[in-house]
Design a protein around this ligand. Structure first.
Ligand SMILES: NC(=O)c1ccc[n+]([C@@H]2O[C@H](COP(=O)([O-])OP(=O)(O)OC[C@H]3O[C@@H](n4cnc5c(N)ncnc54)[C@H](OP(=O)(O)O)[C@@H]3O)[C@@H](O)[C@H]2O)c1
Length: 295
């Protein structure tokens, strides 16, 4: 990782923070981006007390001027971009029938469109950095790691809004991987399972209205079951560094894999999805009336 310069979005918390720490430990210059400036400043002070190998850029990934400022500031300080970790994201919950379309659009804006827009700014920089290989293709231009989710393969009732943003990311990442390969840019998708971060609290705030008795309407008797299943899954949840380790591999492997899945329960759920008929998966994930309790 030495001498690599990597942008990490959504680094003020959870998985993004762990990725920034791990990359910095590996010797990379790390540019951390998110809206909460004070968190980013604290992170930089922790990973790079001298301030020579990190940069905090506070901004909103959905705002074009903030994305442009991020890329500009990175190039001004480090002169190149070897890696981009598209990690910023949040979860919108609620039954599809009841979700206000603007809430669904907002989730796609952060998790999908902003990720594409930032990638559109960074890919030309990486392409220009690539050297020409003997086969006439670019080499070593840079690496892009998108943080997807097991939810990009398995949709649960009441979680389909968020899950569908991660499904979209599966398609976008697969397309990008083929499109950017000739220019020497590798693209990888990391699919976390359940990880203990602020993700749940942020999703609760975003989904409060649509999961309330009035918001959920006829789905209200099923909300308790949905929340109880979430609470159960928290027991098997991994830690952010489980995912940071996979991102580290994507940057250090000679040939990075297309997908990294983790921790173990994520691999297990993906295996079940591959193995089982849809009817069995539907049964396993079915909503139960007046089951569980609201948490
Ligand atoms: N935790 C899990 O179980 C899990 C599972 C699968 C996938 N993931 C994915 O992992 C990624 C990180 O999630 P996490 O679990 O670490 O959640 P988290 O602790 O809530 O962190 C989310 C990060 O994204 C940033 N962010 C959100 N909206 C943003 C915006 N508009 N502009 C800039 N930054 C923004 C937040 O920073 P600010 O609020 O400071 O802007 C924060 O740093 C997400 O893409 C999530 O979908 C998480």
């Amino acid at each position: 990782m030495l001498n690599k310069t990597v942008i990490v979005t959504g680094a003020s918390s959870g998985i993004g923070g762990a990725i920034a720490r791990r990359l910095a430990r590996g010797g990379a210059n790390v540019i951390v981006f998110a809206r909460r400036a004070e968190r980013l400043a604290a992170l930089c002070a922790e990973i790079d007390p001298q301030g020579a190998r990190s940069l905090a850029v506070a901004g909103d990934v959905t705002v074009a001027a903030d994305r442009e400022r991020l890329v500009r500031a990175t190039l001004e300080k480090f002169g190149r971009i070897d890696g981009l970790v598209n990690n910023a994201g949040y979860g919108q919950r609620g039954p599809i029938e009841r979700i206000p379309l603007e809430a669904l659009r907002a989730n796609f804006e952060t998790n999908v469109f902003s990720l594409v827009a930032l990638t559109q700014l960074v890919a030309p920089v990486m392409r220009a950095q690539a050297r020409l290989g003997r086969d006439g293709c670019g080499k070593d231009g840079g690496r892009i790691v998108n943080i997807g989710s097991v939810a990009g393969k398995i949709t649960r009732p009441m979680s389909a809004a968020y899950d569908s943003t991660k499904f979209a990311l599966e398609g976008i990442t697969d397309g990008l991987r083929g499109e950017l390969k000739p220019f020497g840019i590798d693209v990888t998708l990391v699919r976390p399972g359940f990880i203990r971060t602020e993700f749940g609290q942020v999703a609760d705030v975003a989904s409060e209205r649509v999961l309330s008795p009035e918001g959920a309407g006829p789905y209200a008797p099923y909300v308790g079951d949905f929340q109880a299943k979430r609470a159960k899954l928290r027991r098997v949840a991994g830690v952010p560094d489980d995912i940071a380790r996979l991102v580290g591999k994507a940057f250090t492997a000679r040939r990075p894999r297309a997908y990294y899945n983790g921790p173990m329960h994520a691999k297990f759920f993906l295996f079940l999805k591959w193995l089982l008929p849809a009817r069995v998966m539907d049964w396993a994930l079915r909503m139960k009336k007046n089951a569980g309790r609201r948490v």
